[in-house]
Design a protein around this ligand. Structure first.
Ligand code: DGL
Length: 265
């Protein structure tokens, strides 16, 4: 069996390109439709009701493109709206929380895991609940790091100021002796260097983007939904505001040119 329909990915904006990039690597035969809700970003400061309403609309948009699987790249949307989305739609929908939590549980040796994310993600306790569901013996320490997103969007991924901000946010987690840290936000994989420098080489950084890509491959394979006859792929990118800023920032995220970005109407 082979299924040539595309995979749909949505995020609050450009950050979900970290998931796009991992999915492209893990599933090179698949076509991707990406939607970034650039007109309404950020989600990390908004309420559950608002994020859920936006997320439903985003999935509806992807469904118009006949996607076979939806990946919720946005950690905030995954934390607050995934269960509701799964009840509303028949297409398989995968968020970043469970795959990231599973990987962190596999990685920890001392049962102390840290999580960083947006305010909304951390307040939701979604990662903590997902970890506890797998193992009650693990203690999860969480910290919201709201300045990380604008720092990444400014391109300051290796600046002194970013290191200083990281040390303020992360010192509490470091003092707890965590051996694993979940990067619970689309933008944070770009700060791996700074975070590693502060936390030390022994702390394992769990990249939820990479984990959700593995999960996507597993689900497509298990359900006979892989595209076994890939032709010339043309990924499509849609945004809800004008494409210019998405293209400029997105090219920094992906380290290559992005073509075919349109405003969704
Ligand atoms: N995409 C969001 C997340 O992963 C970060 C940006 C935002 O706040 O919308 O949580």
């Amino acid at each position: 069996m082979s299924d040539t329909r595309p995979i749909g990915i949505f995020d609050s904006g450009v950050g979900g390109l970290t998931v796009f990039s991992e999915v492209e690597k893990a599933l090179p035969g698949e076509e991707i439709v990406y939607f970034g809700d650039t007109a309404r970003v950020p989600y990390g400061t908004k309420s559950k009701e608002t994020i859920t309403k936006f997320s439903v609309e985003n999935v509806e948009f992807l469904m118009e493109h006949n996607v076979k699987l939806v990946l919720v790249a946005c950690n905030t949307a995954s934390s607050l709206s995934l269960d509701f989305l799964k009840r509303c739609f028949r297409v398989p929908i995968v968020g970043v929380i469970a795959p990231g939590a599973r990987n962190a549980v596999d990685s920890t040796r001392n049962n102390r895991i840290g999580v960083v994310g947006t305010n909304a993600t951390i307040i939701s306790g979604a990662y903590e609940k997902a970890v506890k569901k797998i193992s009650g013996r693990i203690t999860v320490y969480s910290r919201s790091c709201p300045l990380f997103v604008p720092l990444v969007e400014e391109g300051w991924v290796d600046e002194k100021v970013t290191y200083e901000v990281a040390s303020i946010y992360l010192k509490g987690l470091k003092s707890k002796g965590i051996d694993t840290l979940i990067l619970g936000c689309t933008h944070y994989p770009l700060l791996k260097g700074v975070i590693k420098k502060f936390m030390g080489g022994k702390v394992v950084l769990v990249d939820s983007a990479r984990e959700v890509a593995k999960e996507a491959r597993f689900i497509l394979d298990a359900n006979g939904l892989l595209n076994k006859n890939p032709g010339r792929k043309r990924h499509k990118f849609f945004v809800s505001d004008e494409p210019g800023p998405f293209i400029r920032l997105g090219e920094r995220f992906l380290k290559r040119k992005i073509k075919c970005v349109r405003t969704a109407v």
